[in-house]
Every structure is written in C-alpha cells, then in structure tokens.
Ligand binder design. Sequence first.
Ligand code: UDP
Length: 421
Amino acid sequence: MKKVKTTPKSIRSYKNLIPDELYGQILDLTKKLKGSRVIFINSTCKGGGVAEILQSEIPLLNDLGINAVWYNIEAEPEFWDVTKSIHNALQGNGRIVITKNMRKVFERFNALNTHDLKRESWDYLYIHDPQPVALPYFLDGEVDNAIWRCHIHVSRVNRQVWEYIKRYLGDYDSCVFSLKEFVPSDIPIKKRFIIPPAIDPLTPKNIKMDKMKARRVLDKMNIDTRRPIISQVSRFDPWKDPVGVIKAFEVAKQKLPDIQLVMAGSLASDDPEGERIYKELKAFSAKAKDIKILKGLSEEQVNALQTVSNVVVQKSIKEGFGLTVAEAMYKETPVIGGNVGGIKLQIIDGKNGFLVDNYMQCGKRMVDLLEDTQLRLGMGRMGKEVASKYFLLPRLIRDELLLFNKFSYSKENLVKSNILF
Ligand code: UDP
C-alpha cells in the first residue's frame, strides 16, 4: 500500500463559515477521540469524489488531534479492470458476471495489500468502496472496528456480484452509506450509518472566485465567455451520461444557437474506462459545433468553469452523491441533475435546481434557465443556501466523529432531502 501525503489544514479556518453550534459539536465530539488512530484506505488519491473528500478530511482530523493516516491499495491494471466491473455491477449493470478468474485477481491483490496493514495498529480501520473491501478478510485473526464506507449508488445491485462482495462484509463492525435508500436490506453488518459527503469550501476549487478573474481564467482556456456556457465536470464514465449531455445540448441549441457546451473530465488511476470515453467524446466534438471536451483541468480552472457557467449539468444515470452538484450550487450556479441517487438529496426539483429523467427534459430545462435570468439567479441563490447548510466539510467531519464515537444510528446524522426546505 502507498501512504498518501496531504497538506495541513486548520479547523479554525472554517469557523466563520458554519454555525457556532456545529463548530462546538465538532470540538466536543473530538474530546474522547484525541490520539486515536484511524486508518483510511481507498484505491486512489486523485480523480473522483472519494479522493477529493479524503484530501481535506485527513488533515482536518489530524488538526483535531486524531491520528488519521491514509493509504491507497496498489495493484496491476488487471485488478482495476475487475474492480471497475464490480463497481458497474453494483451500480446496476446486470450483464456483468464475476468469473473465477476475476475473483482470483480480486482476492490476490486484496491479500497482497494486507502486508503493510499487518504491521499497523488502529482504533478504526476505515475502508472505502469495494476495491479494498476484502482486506479485513485477508488479515489473520479478528479485525476490530472495521468500517466499510460505500460511496456508490447501490439501490439495484447485480445479485451475483453483490453476493460475492457480501462474503467480505461479515468482517466489518459498521457500514456507512450516503443515502438511507442505498442500504441493502441483506447487508450482513448491523451498525449502519448514513453520512452524505461534502465539499471543502476552502480549496482552490471551491473558494469564492471573483467573476472577472474567473472569466480571465476561461479566456486563457479559449472558452468564449461572451456567449452562454453550459458545463458538466465529471470523470469520463458512462454513468455520468456524457452522450445524454450532448444530446440535451443539441436540443437546447436548436432554440438558442449561441450556446456552448464544455465537458471537463478527469482520469482516475482506478478507472480504466476513462481514456476510451475521453477519446470517443473528443472525436465526436471535433465534428460538432461549440462543444469542448477538456481534461486535466487545475482546481482553479474547475472553479472558474463552475463559477462562470450559466448552467451546470450533472446528468448522471446513477450517482452515489455527486460532489460536482454541491460544488456548482455553492458557487450560485443553477444545476440540472439526473433524477437519481445522491443528486436527489441535493436538488429539490424547481427550487434549487432541476431534476431530469431524460435528455429531452434536460435540453428543455437548459432553455428554461438560459431564457430566464431571474430564474437562474433565484435558483443559484437557493443552491448556495442548501450547499452551505448541508454539504460543507465541517458537517461531514461532525458526522464522522459521531461515527467514531460509536453513536448508534440516529436521525441526527441523517440528512434528508425533505428537511431541506
Ligand atoms: N473533478 C475534477 N476535474 C475534472 C472532473 C472532476 O477536479 O475534470 C472533480 C470534481 O470537481 C469533484 C470530483 O472530481 O470534486 C468528482 O466527484 P463526484 O462525487 O462528482 O463524482 P465521482 O467521480 O466520485 O463519481
């Protein structure tokens, strides 16, 4: 396994952004945990939402006096092919079959990655997503306080693959999901927590950027800031429905010929599908008008794009949470999101954004928003309110501390969409 380095952060810097009560709760909940060692394990330190969260959460926990360390598992490409298939199957792809050979690869690399862990000790072993799920199984003897955090949208799993993954869940003490509806009824873990993810308001990606500056950043990227911009920022992944975004854009462009679409994506080291999808989109955009496909944007460039865009889209077909939705809302940019999973937790249709079921609806909502400045501004303001209240990092830290304190499942750490308004 590889230890991930993070940049120090201070909880005090967040004090003015959150209610005093929340700040107080964080300090209180930390009292009993000072000096505890929490080992976080996931599959990548760059690209995708989990890496984004841990980059901020680990240094903040350390600032609070908790000894939090972060490891990435290491494996060969064949392992990442298997784990992407497992990911796709758990998100609902029923055609995937996990073969004997796939199981062998999965088990071999999970077993290999326990070597470093055997020399470690911890108060909590916090394992994220299915890739490293079998680590506790391959550790000899009893594993105390292992927590499995599932970030993916698991409301309709592929049964064969789920049955396989379930074998490894018996070694866990607790599990965490982003939404209550994601918790599988047959999960063999008794303690279940609901903790929606959150964005860090103080990173270069999310810190308030002056619109003039943001326009200058986009100008340098050859994006025409004098014309309306629609954007989607996402890993290049079929679940993010990039083709649907382009179709919706084409519907809207028939009515509003001036508009442009920017699709910015990243490639995560644990996601072998990204490069292929990027190339396909790139080839398509070369023939299309006013569609830009970009990759490898800096945090500042993502910030500028989400700040200047007239409309942000997150047209996912399945979505565990969708940090990009909260990121855009926090910048007061109205969001059109797929009517699924974690996006439904963040957007109340018609209030702080729009939820859509298909590309025709999405294209129509693009037009509604682009034609109505007041609607855009109103939804943007409401989006910022919702993101600030429910989806900023200190709330996540509070919920994680509750979890470490072994609070039993309670309404207190459940954020429900119907209590947003
Ligand atoms: N992201 C980025 N650059 C890109 C594409 C995505 O920095 O080109 C970031 C995005 O801003 C967000 C994260 O990657 O912070 C994606 O998290 P999300 O929860 O939306 O989706 P996931 O990739 O975890 O499915």
